[in-house]
Design a protein around this ligand. Sequence first.
Ligand code: AMP
Length: 421
Amino acid sequence: MSPSHPSPATAPSDEPRPAPSTRVLVLNSGSSSVKYQLLDMGDGSRLAAGLVERIGERTSLLRHTPLAAGGGTRERTGPVADHDAALKAMAEELAADGLGLDSPELVAIGHRVVHGGKRFTEPTVVDDRVLAEIERLIPVAPLHNPANLTGIRTAMALRPDLPQVAVFDTAFHTTMPEAAARYAIDVKTADEHRIRRYGFHGTSHAYVSRATARLLGRAPEEVNVIVLHLGNGASASAVRGGRCVDTSMGLTPLEGLVMGTRSGDMDPAVIFHLMRVGGMSADDIDTLLNKKSGLVGLCGDNDMREIRRRIDEGDEQAKLAFDIYIHRLKKYIGAYYAVLGRVDAVAFTAGVGENAAPVREAAVAGLEGLGLAVDGERNAVRGGEPRLISPEGARVAVAVVPTDEEMEIARQTYALVGKNN
Ligand code: AMP
């Protein structure tokens, strides 16, 4: 095994000094896919990135980009039977670039875990008790936690000696006060079934709220930010002095904003109505609200680019879907303004938030009374860096802040285990 880049340290003696252990592998394991990135926390660089898709099918695809070594993306197709095979294929690709999992420079593996319940408020080194607790949370995260667990167990088997760190999507939201986290339902029933608002996309909200403070040249503790994570899934959060005080997703990622395929907020009685009058089962309604609602339910498309294109051609259905999306978004901006009392910045992030200027413009249109406005020219600028889009001297900064969940998982992982290396 040879390190891929020379050690920056010059040893005083003839003894070769080991390279500092600063690398973190980040794994995001879904039920049929694994996304990965290898980052060097010594200089914050990204060494490699890739994904394995359609695990368990005959036509699995591995796509690997060796960012540090240069060279183009490599692709492999063929059957990848399970997560074990997927991680082994990933390890082979990394090893081909001199970045193998046996490298002494690898300090830890950071895992995205969707649901950490109330208990996991911080990134946590995984042991048997942590595994059991993540397993115990499967009833509230049936789609995600099982796959996340498989990823962790597989990585543990590959490198049993290496710390594996779970970074929870819910953790950033555990600072929400009870007044924001509890639903107004019978307390005993709620507690028995662990029903409360947990929130999701927390790693993104944490990263973006901090990056927004940096953009303003202030400490996170000093600023209040409304973060609008608008991707295919979408959520808003109110962040006071670096701590989340409210967020739009709830027990599951179904609550809140209008999303690509999810309804977001609605009267819960719609569900009983569909059962009693529509003759639908709980599973039917689950599919309806999670997969066939939101933008796709309203107009047949969930991609904002396509919706804008249709609006430009005069499509009324696409226009109504857009208007419903914006109306909900604006309601949350207003609500979180009231929750925070004082707002220093509104930050747009994720696929729609980072790229769709018309969404940003429409979301704050008419909110000048709250100090919110978007400058047309600034809003039209495209780019991968955090940037202000509010007019010069605006009372509240409006910003586009690209999210980077992998970097945040690596940062939290390294902060937990990297110091002693
Ligand atoms: P994400 O879940 O963060 O990857 O966001 C995916 C969504 O971002 C897609 O479904 C699109 O609706 C949206 N998106 C991506 N690129 C653009 C773009 N250039 N303009 C408008 N929307 C975009």
